[in-house]
Ligand binder design. Structure first.
Ligand code: HEC
Length: 116
């Protein structure tokens, strides 16, 4: 009988893990307002902003502006590639974001911008 209870217990445990939603664990989920905007303003819009003309962007391409929610959605995969992929050249060029900020950036991209 004990083995049966143990087997049942394992089965239930596995089910709970399957339905675990990593995006639903925060009381206040990361959003553009509480994370994305301040992150991009701290690390990106010094070069990537609609307010900067060609000679004040430190060679950041014209049009690659990261100062709105829509822009973050548009550039989501490029942000993923340039900031979070260790294999490719990094943004910002001089570094800056902490490990914790990078973890949160990943979570924000997955859970807020990437949400269906
Ligand atoms: C000091 C200026 C500077 C800062 C700050 C900066 N960038 Fe850039 N960015 C550049 C330059 C210069 C280029 C063009 C050269 C290149 O692509 O490496 C560029 C290009 C890009 C591009 C277009 C090319 C591509 O791969 O799609 C994206 C997207 C980008 N940066 C994202 C970011 C993000 C996200 C941040 C903040 C985490 C950031 N950048 C911070 C200077 C900057």
């Amino acid at each position: 009988m004990i083995w049966l209870l143990a087997a049942l217990g394992c089965g239930l445990g596995a089910q709970e893990v399957d339905s675990f939603d990593a995006c639903a664990t925060r009381e206040v989920p990361l959003s553009y307002a509480n994370f994305g905007k301040p992150f991009l303003e701290r690390h990106c819009t010094g070069c990537h902003s609609t307010h900067l003309d060609a000679d004040r962007r430190f060679d950041a391409p014209l049009g690659v502006d990261l100062d709105s929610f829509d822009a973050a959605v548009t550039y989501q995969s490029r942000i993923q590639a340039r900031v979070l992929d260790p294999e490719s050249p990094q943004m910002p060029p001089g570094g800056g974001p902490t490990e914790l900020e990078l973890e949160r950036l990943q979570e924000w991209l997955d859970c807020d911008l990437g949400a269906p």
